[in-house]
Design a protein around this ligand. Structure first.
Ligand code: ADP
Length: 392
């Protein structure tokens, strides 16, 4: 069965065509600058890569181009081979607790949450509508970043603020990266052949979040009402004292929106190091002795370590810690910095085992109290697997 896994942005559309159940990636690619000048697309398949510049007026046109390329390059023989399309959707509020087959009525319900994810949700919905138009006979499935976290209890998802903020305005923790944490939960549970694991899942990429999972259910996660909360990230601050916002507003004359934008885009590794949001650049500068790069790395590792310790307490003792995403999968240096900061939990890194990148591996010592694994994430595959299950 061939399934397309899609992530539509306001002017982009990323796709992966996956064969299931073999999990083989048949093609992947990106349509960029949709609706603006300079639009182009790249498709990779069979070790080949095609790049074309072509005006892509809207998402529907990009989808028809995609289908045309898949057929003309012999990646699929006909449209009928594509049995389902799975879409990444950022926000399903408290209402959507599972992935589901989409129709117009459900899209209208999802659009209620556009104000909670203004940059992503309208674009995600636009992507679904484009596929509905171009492939009217193919089922579309919505896979939300928020649904996995819907098992959190009030004690975790509520903020200690006036209760009416929650009842009137929906102010609560929603959590994000749910598709990745769910994939990690599934991978490590399958590998260890247990469905009762207490897992601390650390997704550390450009964005980052931790998730405490017990027997497949999320107990808590670090991102909150928006993805700005939690650990320090590439460009996001993570948790800060909110009183900083009105204080900086007075000092700079900037609006609240401008300051929140700086907290999202100019903070984190970039803000502290003053060098880059990319952990490789910061790591290189730190190796060369740049003091702010060293400071940024230490803060980054410490905040993750602190949340691991907190979640170990919340879970009453974790069975396993997993690291994933760009930094977690690739940076042996950052992995070591984090694990060295949770020695109070009896967790120890094995430097030899840790010397690799991008694979599923155990990196802790045999006598580490909690085993630590690097588990590569695959959100596209998770979306495709959900789609297969729901349309079968
Ligand atoms: P996104 O949140 O955009 O999906 P990724 O999961 O791709 O982010 O992670 C991007 C981060 O991963 C960047 O900070 C990048 O520097 C880091 N990264 C990728 N490869 C390496 C590497 N070999 N060593 C260190 N960091 C890496």
């Amino acid at each position: 069965m061939k399934i397309l896994s899609v992530n539509a942005g306001s002017s982009s559309l990323k796709f992966t065509l996956i064969e299931l159940p073999s999990r083989e990636v048949l093609a992947s690619g990106l349509f960029e600058k949709i609706g603006i000048t300079g639009s182009m697309y790249t498709i990779k398949f069979n070790g080949e890569k095609i790049t074309k510049e072509c005006y892509l007026a809207d998402h529907s046109f990009a989808v028809s181009k995609l289908i045309e390329e898949l057929v003309s390059n012999g990646i699929v023989e006909s449209l009928e081979e594509i049995e389902g399309v799975g879409h990444r959707i950022l926000h399903g509020g408290s209402e959507f607790t599972e992935s589901l087959v989409l129709d117009d009525n459900i899209l209208t319900r999802i659009s209620k949450y556009n104000e909670l994810g203004p940059l992503h949700n309208p674009a995600n919905i636009m992507g679904v509508k484009a596929f509905m138009k171009v492939l009217p006979n193919v089922k579309n499935v919505g896979v939300f970043d928020t649904t996995f976290h819907q098992s959190m209890k009030e004690t975790e998802y509520l903020y200690p603020v006036p209760y009416e903020w929650y009842t009137k305005y929906g102010i609560r923790k929603y959590g994000f990266h749910g598709t990745s944490h769910r994939f990690i939960n599934r991978s490590i549970s399958e590998y260890l052949k247990r469905d009762d694991l207490k897992i601390i899942s650390c997704h550390i990429g450009n964005g980052g979040s931790l998730c405490a999972i017990d027997s497949g259910k999320v107990v808590d996660t670090t991102m909150g009402f928006t993805p700005l909360a939690g650990i320090m990230m590439g460009t996001r601050s993570g948790d800060i004292d909110p009183s900083i916002i009105p204080f900086i507003m007075k000092k700079t004359g900037h609006s609240a929106e401008e300051i929140v934008n700086e907290l999202n885009k100019k903070s984190g590794l970039l803000g502290v190091s003053g060098i880059s949001s990319d952990s490789r650049d910061v790591e290189n500068a730190a190796f060369e002795g740049n003091e702010r790069a060293i400071l940024a790395q230490e803060m980054y590792a410490q905040k993750i370590a602190n949340y691991i310790a907190m979640y170990n307490n919340l879970l009453n003792g974790a069975d396993v810690i997993t690291l994933t995403a760009g930094v977690g999968e690739n940076s042996k240096n950052m992995r070591k910095m984090i694990i060295d900061r949770i020695q109070s939990l009896g967790v120890k890194i094995d430097d030899e085992k840790n010397d690799f990148r991008g694979e599923f591996r155990l990196i802790s010592t045999d006598d580490s109290k909690i085993p630590v694994y690097v588990v590569p994430t695959n959100e596209e595959l998770m979306i495709a697997l959900d789609t297969m299950e729901l349309i079968s």
